[in-house]
Design a protein around this ligand. Structure first.
Ligand SMILES: Cc1ncc(COP(=O)(O)O)c(C=O)c1O
Length: 367
């Protein structure tokens, strides 16, 4: 049996007619940039995120970069974030010229450890950027308390966590802005790149809207130096279809997670910790084992899809060598990067496939 890490063809097969109808409608209208489809999706994403405003952009990376730019984050500034994340988080901070300052993570959730943030705050700190990794929100109460104490803005990198909650509050709705990615592998993924920023701040939403259309208002009169970063109408139409299924898909992922958790109980496998006050949407189901590289070999041999998110923490990336971090500076992230591996958890995963994954894992740990 082969089990993929993610099977988007299985998802497409179930909603093909609806997707094709939505695509056809856009093509017939030939409104391919902007238009009512993008505005409709923005309203719906704002609503499900408990935010007043949403602005569609061309990727999750652009959602983060636009947020930073709209907040005037600039070369004199520092932004505190996690090293255990996808490149875009810190990459966008560095793109503004600001300095990413990395703080180690909580090994149970893989999210930034808020109790370490305050020590990293300096006179230059302007923002905190928590990442809600793998589908679970970071500990926002503690992060917001530090932000309020030092008058910092908070940019939630919620690329992997749309509709997840923390103490009943939606991802993206607690900080100053929240950033989503519609990369195809996300719980709500398009047929290409896409992203969105949510906020309750009307001025910020307007600024991001201006930035994404080259800073022009009206057309050909440029108020600020923007860029082209719009969400395509075709993507918006596809995402609107998929949005109807998002809750159902996330529930399925949660069911699969529960089955794995039960099956791995008592084994030498660290299962993901879901905080009691969180609603985890399991964009990834990430376990940790001591002999991860051997496990990867074993999974490969048995044709079980898997991946390592992330094999090298950001503070040790070559591109950040000028920041001066060295091995040993953020030991929890470094240890996790050597031990984690993500298993298939996509909604369409069938029982036989999951049983096979479990059987092979049990075999690997010698049970
Ligand atoms: C945590 C995190 N931040 C940012 C991004 C960037 O999103 P995109 O790939 O849509 O640019 C991703 C996507 O992989 C992500 O996982």
């Amino acid at each position: 049996m082969q089990v993929p890490l993610l099977d988007l063809k299985a998802q497409y097969a179930k909603i093909k007619d609806e997707i094709l109808a939505a695509v056809s409608q856009v093509l017939q209208s030939q409104v391919c940039i902007g238009g009512p489809k993008v505005a409709e999706l923005e309203q719906k994403i704002a609503a499900i995120s408990d935010c007043k405003f949403a602005v569609g952009v061309s990727s999750g990376t652009d959602a983060i970069l636009s947020s930073l730019m709209s907040l005037d984050i600039s070369p004199d500034d520092e932004v505190v974030t996690t090293p255990f994340t996808f490149f875009a988080t810190a990459g966008c901070i560095a793109r503004t010229g600001a300095k990413p300052v990395f703080v180690d993570i909580d090994p149970r959730t893989y999210n930034i450890n808020p109790s370490l943030i305050e020590a990293a705050v300096t006179e230059r700190t302007r923002a905190i950027m928590p990442v809600h990794l793998f589908g679970q929100m970071a500990d926002m109460d503690l992060i917001m308390a530090i932000a309020n104490k030092y008058n910092l803005v908070v940019i939630e990198d919620a690329a992997q966590s749309i509709t997840s909650t923390y103490k009943g509050r939606k991802a993206g709705s607690i900080g100053t802005v929240g950033c989503f990615s519609f990369f195809p592998s996300k719980n709500l993924g398009g047929a290409g790149d896409g992203g969105m920023v949510v906020t309750n701040d009307a001025q910020l939403a307007q600024k991001i809207e201006l930035l994404r259309k080259l800073g022009a208002q009206p057309k050909y009169f440029h108020k600020v130096i923007g860029y082209n970063s719009r969400l395509d109408t075709l993507q918006a139409a596809i995402l609107e279809v998929k949005l109807k299924y998002l809750d159902e898909w996330s529930k399925k992922r949660r069911e699969h997670a529960k089955i794995y958790n039960e099956a791995f109980k008592g084994l030498d496998i660290i299962t993901p910790k879901e905080e009691s006050f969180n609603y985890h949407i399991y964009n990834q189901y990430t376990i940790a084992v001591k002999n991860r590289n051997e496990l990867e070999e074993y999974l490969k041999k048995n044709e079980i899809g898997h991946d390592v998110y992330y094999p090298l923490p950001m503070h040790l990336q070559e591109c950040y060598k000028d920041l001066g971090y060295k091995m040993g500076d953020l030991p929890i992230s470094e240890r996790c990067s050597k031990r984690v591996v993500s298993l298939p958890i996509f909604p369409e995963l069938v029982k036989e496939e999951q049983d096979f994954v479990i059987e092979k894992l049990r075999e690997f740990v010698g049970e």
